[in-house]
Design a protein around this ligand. Structure first.
Ligand code: CO8
Length: 260
C-alpha cells in the first residue's frame, strides 16, 4: 500500500510539513495512526527538526476523525489495539517538543479536531463549508475524558460543556470566535500562513518554550498516561455494546445516504 503520510523536511528552516494523504477523507485507521506515530517520532528524535506543520493532502477535508470502520463489527482485541494507537497519537502530538501548527485546509470533525487541538496554533481555511468540532454525541458516542480535557484547555470549561453535549460543529468564523482556531486565511494561503506563523514561534528560545509547554500540559498528559489500560478497557466495553454498534451502523448509513 502507498504511504499515508508524506513528510517534507526543510533543513534550512528546521521545519517539517506532514501531509496526510489517506483518501478519501484521512480517516484515522489503525494503519494510518501507526504510520503517523512513526513519522512524528522520527522527527521528534531529529535534533535539527524544531517545528512541525500538519496539513491534509486531500481536498476539502483535514481529517474525518477516527475511522468508524475500525470500531464497527470488530473484535474486542481489534478495538483495544485501535484505541491504544489513538492514545499514542494524542500522547505523541500533545507532548511534542516541536512547535506544532495545524494547517486546517478542510473539515475537521471529532478525532480530526482532536488532532488539530494538540497543536500549539491552528490556522483554518476561511471557507464556510468547512467545519470543526467534537461531534461525538451526534454519533451516540461519548468523547473520552482526554478529548474533553484537550478541548477545555483550548477553549475553556463553559464552551466545552456546551460544545460537547450538543456535539457542535463550528464553521471557521465561529471556530475563530470561540478560540478553537487562532487564525483564518484564504484557502490557498493556509500553508504559507503556517510557515510565517511558525517562524515567530521559532524565534523563542527552544528550551524555555518547551519547558513552558510541558508544564502547561503535564497534568492533562499524566492523567491519560497513568490510566491508559483502564481507558482502553472502558472504550472496548463501551464500543462493543449492541446499542452503540447500532448507533454507529446507523450513522455510517446516514453518511452514505447523504451522498446518494
Ligand atoms: N470513518 C470511516 N469512513 C468515513 C468517515 C469516518 N470517520 N468519514 C467519512 N467516511 C467515508 C464516507 O462514508 C464515504 O464513504 P463512501 O465513499 O463509501 O460513501 C467517504 O468516506 C467520503 O465521505 P463523504 O462523502 O461524506 O465526504 P465529504 O467530502 O462530503 O465530507 C466529511 C467529508 C465532512 C469528513 C464527512 O465525511 C463526515 O462528516 N464524516 C464523518 C465525520 C465524523 O463524524 N467522524 C467521527 C468519527 S468518531 C471520532 O473521531 C471520535 C470517537 C471517540 C470514541 C469514543 C468512544 C468511547
Amino acid at each position: 500500500t502507498s504511504p499515508k503520510i508524506r513528510v517534507e523536511f526543510d533543513q534550512s528552516t528546521g521545519v517539517a510539513v506532514l501531509h496526510m494523504q489517506s483518501p478519501p477523507v484521512n480517516s484515522l485507521s489503525l494503519e494510518f495512526l501507526t504510520e503517523l506515530c512513526i513519522s512524528v517520532e522520527k522527527l521528534e528524535m531529529d535534533k535539527s527538526c524544531r517545528g512541525l506543520i500538519i496539513t491534509s493532502g486531500q481536498p476539502k477535508v483535514f481529517s474525518a476523525g477516527l475511522d468508524i470502520m475500525e470500531m464497527y463489527g470488530k473484535s474486542p482485541e481489534h478495538c483495544g489495539a485501535f484505541w491504544r494507537a489513538v492514545q499514542e497519537m494524542w500522547l505523541k502530538l500533545y507532548s511534542s517538543n516541536m512547535v506544532t501548527i495545524a494547517a486546517i485546509n478542510g473539515s475537521s470533525p471529532a478525532g480530526g479536531c482532536l488532532m488539530a487541538m494538540t497543536c500549539d496554533h491552528r490556522i483554518m481555511a476561511d471557507n464556510p463549508r468547512y467545519s470543526i468540532g467534537l461531534n461525538e454525541t451526534q454519533l451516540g458516542i461519548v468523547a473520552p475524558f482526554w478529548f474533553m480535557d484537550t478541548m477545555t484547555n483550548t477553549v475553556g470549561q463553559r464552551t466545552t460543556e456546551m460544545a460537547l453535549q450538543l456535539g457542535l460543529l463550528y464553521n471557521p468564523a465561529e471556530a475563530l470566535k470561540i478560540g478553537l482556531v487562532d487564525q483564518l486565511v484564504p484557502e490557498d494561503q493556509v500553508l504559507t500562513a503556517a510557515t510565517q506563523t511558525i517562524s515567530k514561534w521559532l524565534a523563542i528560545p527552544d528550551h524555555a518554550r518547551q519547558i513552558t509547554k510541558s508544564m502547561m500540559r503535564k497534568q492533562t498528559i499524566d492523567k491519560l498516561r497513568s490510566n491508559r489500560e483502564s481507558d482502553i478497557q472502558y472504550f472496548v466495553n463501551f464500543i462493543t455494546k449492541d446499542s452503540i454498534q447500532k448507533s454507529l451502523g446507523g450513522y455510517m448509513e446516514m453518511l452514505k445516504k447523504r451522498r446518494a
